[in-house]
Design a protein around this ligand. Sequence first.
Ligand code: CTP
Length: 319
Amino acid sequence: TGELITSRLMVNGSEKISRRGMPLFLQHSVAGWRVNSSLVLMIRKDVLRFLDAERDVSVVKSSFKPGDTIHYVLDRRRTLNVSRTLHSLLPDVSPLKNKRFRTCAVVGNSGVLLNSGCGREIDSHDFVIRCNLAPLAQFAEDVGLRSDFTTMNPSVIQRAYGGLRNASDMERFVQRLRMLNDSVLWIPAFMVKGGERHVESVNELIVKRKLRVRTAYPSLRLIHAVRGYWLTNKINIKRPSTGLLMYTLATRFCDEIHLYGFWPFPRDANGNVVKYHYYDMLKYSYFSNAGPHRMPLEFKTLKMLHSKGALKLTTSKCA
Ligand code: CTP
């Protein structure tokens, strides 16, 4: 089946570029989208050859003891010690064990969401996945409020919460976590060295303040497995973005996957400026060739999967 699926997923053709500097394939929206359930099943089966979201979404308590040493996934020479606090927050079983949903939303953070009016539609899905603790309340009309699963790269603590160095940043962060309301907080703590201080502070805060979040920490093999899946489909993505990771995990437990907020381009199809994030002033240079991701290639792939009915990508206003 490998080749069969390869030919289904392959992105064909050379990239023709418009005068605005935007690949032409972006300018055609596919009308009348319908889910292609047999393709959805085939992709789920194919992804399962590389990873199983039920298992790889998080390590569990029984995987480690406090004091164990973990090698960082993307920097094997460096290590991290499993602290008591971290160990106490590892789930006993996978937060996705036996989960099945009819429809899921994976919400990326592109400024394309601004003025989209997509909040209500996003919140109407059975399971809503969000990335990097993006703010919701001030943008509810466009992005919604519901979260069942929220990712948090350790770098967010520095970037958006001042490294939790002063009391007001800390309170703001605690308020944000309170909004998660017993849903899953997914922290990639073992990817690269650098954020361990922040992860430990967050973990301690969750314990001390008795915050009701269900913490999860991706398995050590997840990123390699996701990369392997896409690579056998001839899509070479060295560091899958959080959004692509979430889509790939969602194939396991969602029958229909709807993506919002995926638009890694500084202009929309009409030439209007699109912010990199809907909520801050971060610039696109952040993920230029120097950055770790290949979001435009990811987008092209997702767009192709949209046109085949494997997922639904919304990049304009919601009805
Ligand atoms: N995204 C997008 N277009 C943008 C911004 C984000 O398609 N202009 C998608 C990407 O898949 C990204 C996800 O939305 O992974 C979440 O966005 P963000 O929090 O900005 O992720 P980054 O921190 O940029 O990247 P990552 O967490 O993947 O390292």
